[in-house]
Write a protein that binds this ligand. Structure first.
Ligand SMILES: *Cc1c(COP(=O)(O)O)cnc(C)c1O
Length: 397
């Protein structure tokens, strides 16, 4: 990496991230190049964002074409890409309506507002039925409210006072969840089907079944944070489809725009009418350039056989990883995988991979892989070769 860029960052950008010494300049498919021309196979997709890889032709044409035509229209008007993306999203997921925003945290904020207002409208303020139960080890975003919703103590520091009304339960322990929910003060349960930042930790099917049954019987809303797991990441459009359940509210972001900032809240008939005129909004929500990118992503994902290919690639990756002696297990589904390591820390493995031209991610003590959903077999194999060289060393003792 060239020195100047680091100096500029150090001088002018707030120091909130520990960065790797990589300055990406261009890319195609799952291969990126830095300023000096060194190539990297990208197994991180900018944290699950570049779902069609770098500069996919259809996506570039959609985005550039729209940018040349009309780059923004306020929500006081109609614009075609937002309408098209909304229709595609609802028809392909079976949800009733969508609200567009700009990030995962914002989508979750909106989901929380809908859950609280649903209960307010139906049970009244005096009922006190406004709390939201989330799960320990979850991650829901960086705004003050979504930090409060996040079930990890490290996120509950410095920024006092946090938003009230959240409590945390152990994932996959239904009796603990039920004990909390039976207190009668909850309007919703919020969860990730596979905790992403928490270390690629899936919920168990039995837990999900019991949770959904209890929530249905007690009119407690299910609010699924699919910001990371959604939009084809695990080989279905939504990860809820793997579990055979349909949450009342699902939030999306990361992969939806294919590289541009977008968030979305999709609601069933039960929750899609809760917010009325003037009760929520955001200037950039439904931006036509961003939505045109989203349309290109969804069109690709809904092509016949595409999502099955995500599952197939995930299985191949998993199988290859499980044969390495530095790997003791692989969690996750499709192209959202967490590698349990032995003999090497996630940080050391990450640094070694980056040196050798592979960009994975970490999540807690695991190496995390979120490659582009359309990664080519050739790129996949190249990436696997690098992982082999890092994770398949003879044990020194
Ligand atoms: C990334 C992430 C968020 C936050 O999304 P931002 O776009 O960074 O605000 C929320 N929930 C989950 C599950 C995520 O993975």
């Amino acid at each position: 990496m060239e020195k100047e860029i680091k100096e500029i960052y150090d001088k002018y950008i707030m120091d909130t991230y520990s960065r790797l010494p990589v300055d990406l300049k261009s890319g195609k498919s799952a291969t990126a190049a830095d300023k000096a021309g060194k190539e990297y196979i990208d197994f991180g997709s900018g944290i699950g964002v570049n779902s069609l890889g770098y500069c996919n032709d259809d996506w570039v044409n959609a985005v550039c074409g729209q940018a040349k035509m009309l780059q923004h229209a306020s929500n006081y008007y109609y614009n075609e890409p937002a309408g098209e993306l909304a229709q595609l999203l609802c028809e392909s997921t079976g949800y009733d309506k969508v609200l567009f925003c700009n990030s995962g945290a914002e989508a979750n904020e909106c989901g929380i507002k809908i859950a609280r207002k649903y209960s307010f409208d139906k049970y009244g303020k005096e009922s006190g039925r406004n709390k939201i139960l989330t799960l320990k080890n979850s991650f829901h975003g960086r705004t003050v409210t979504t930090l409060a919703a996040t079930g990890q103590d490290v996120f509950h520091d410095f920024f006092f006072p946090f938003t009230e009304g959240f409590a945390f339960a152990e994932p996959n322990d239904f009796s603990g969840v039920k004990e909390e929910l039976s207190k009668g003060c909850y309007c919703a349960v919020m969860f990730e089907f596979i905790q992403g930042e928490g270390g690629v930790c899936p919920l168990e099917q039995g837990f999900v079944n019991k949770l959904f049954e209890y929530c249905r019987e007690n009119d407690i809303l299910t609010l699924a944070d699919e910001v990371q797991t959604g939009i084809g990441r695990t080989g279905k459009l939504l990860t809820s489809e793997h579990y055979g359940v349909k949450p009342d509210i699902t939030t999306l972001a990361k992969g939806l725009g294919g590289g541009l900032p977008i968030g979305a809240v999709i609601c069933t008939k039960k929750t899609s009418q809760v917010l009325k005129k003037g009760q929520h909004g955001t200037t950039f929500g439904g931006n036509p350039v961003v939505c045109a990118g989203g349309v290109a992503v969804l069109k690709k994902l809904t092509e016949k056989g595409f999502l099955d290919s995500v599952l197939t690639k995930g299985e191949l990756l998993k199988k290859e990883l499980l044969s390495l002696n530095g790997v003791c297990g692989v969690d996750g589904k499709g192209l959202m995988l967490g590698i349990r390591l032995k003999g090497i820390t996630a940080l050391d493995a990450l640094n070694e991979c980056v040196q050798k031209g592979l960009l994975p991610l970490t999540a807690k003590e695991k190496l995390r892989l979120l490659p582009p959903l359309n990664i080519t077999d050739d790129e996949l194999l190249k990436g696997i070769e690098i992982l082999k060289s890092v994770l398949d060393k003879e044990n020194d003792g």
